[in-house]
Write a protein that binds this ligand. Structure first.
Ligand code: SF4
Length: 321
């Protein structure tokens, strides 16, 4: 069996788990390329106008996979990835949106992942999915556990300063060297699928590093501390990614070595409009900049804002010495 995984959305969180799981069941995993101009154009042509930029980009990736002679494409229906929390509803409808908009698709594997009531149902869901590939339950169970172990290994690398996308590239055998930082320390927040997709974010993280900044992203922080900080606001944020962004921002705000915080939001994103506002009101001791992007955002404008932000932080730092 050849299984396609779009290099978008939850690729940036769970690829090591899915890849190891499917390969453990004897399947060959094929991913689409990194997002490029053609991916974006394909996505814009076919996705509904109301969709946010990352969802449109995902459509472009699925179309690329349609040309790869696959048996199926894995597009899980993600409802929740942890108890008492949810993922944006666009993920729930993604398999249906793709089916409704794209002709001549291979089979779509759209298992529902909903851990909102019981965080342990993932194993059951994947064991059920595994039956389609192997009748041997022990093989499926091992594939699931190996997948989980590989995912945890990748997450561990993030504690050493890598973004999740870099950890995935390392895991896939690439060599990664980060430029040495010699100046500012900047916290950068946003959904991994926007932030680490270089076409969507216009290489935001790399640009800051090229400006000499040390970049801290939410995966670099201790997750228990992020959750504890997120718990300080009066009403619990029930979107998993939004809560991590709020907790990450508050934690970075409390760290003396951090000079400023940038939040990358997507135009038309419901959760971002709320979470960005919460962060801008709660981050009190550091300069904060929210960048909102979509498919029309110009690179020059983004670069100018980043450079101006860094210049301002440098001046502020110099003035405080
Ligand atoms: S959270 Fe926002 S950016 Fe992410 S899929 Fe939902 S609408 Fe799009």
């Amino acid at each position: 069996m050849k299984v396609g995984i779009p290099r978008s959305l939850f690729y940036f969180y769970y690829y090591p788990l899915w890849k190891t799981f499917f390969e453990g069941l004897g399947a060959t995993v094929v991913t689409s390329s990194w997002t490029n101009r053609q991916t974006v154009e394909r996505g814009l042509r076919t996705a509904v106008d109301e969709a946010c930029f990352p969802i449109k980009v995902c459509f472009g990736h699925v179309q690329e996979l349609c040309h790869a002679e696959l048996d199926c494409i894995f597009i899980p229906r993600l409802v929740s990835i942890e108890e008492r929390s949810y993922i944006c509803p666009k993920f729930m409808g993604l398999p249906d949106m793709v089916r409704a908009s794209l002709p001549n698709l291979p089979e779509i594997i759209d298992i529902t992942i909903d851990l909102s009531r019981n965080g342990r149902t993932l194993e059951k869901d994947l064991l059920r999915l595994g039956r389609r590939f192997s009748q041997n339950i022990a093989v499926t169970r091992r594939a699931y556990r190996d997948g989980l172990a590989e995912w945890r290994r990748c997450r561990q690398w993030c504690r050493h300063g890598y973004t999740m996308a870099e950890a995935i590239r390392l895991w896939d055998g690439e060599r990664i060297t980060q430029p040495a930082a010699n100046g500012l320390n900047i916290g950068v927040l946003g959904h991994a699928y926007s932030l680490y997709d270089r076409m969507i974010s216009m290489s935001l993280v790399d640009r800051l590093r090229q400006l000499g900044c040390q970049v801290q992203v939410v995966e670099n922080l201790e997750q228990a501390a992020v959750e504890a900080k997120a718990g300080e606001i009066p009403k619990r944020v029930f979107w998993t990614l939004g809560r991590k962004a709020v907790g990450g921002a508050l934690l970075l705000d409390s760290q003396p070595e951090v000079d400023g915080i940038v939040y990358l939001a997507c135009f038309g994103c419901g959760p971002d409009s709320m979470v960005g506002e919460i962060i801008s009101r709660k981050v009190l001791s550091k300069p904060f900049m929210m960048l909102t992007i979509d498919e029309h955002t110009g690179e020059a404008g983004l670069v100018t804002r980043l450079e101006a932000f860094c210049d301002m932080l440098q001046l502020r730092k110099a003035a405080s010495l």
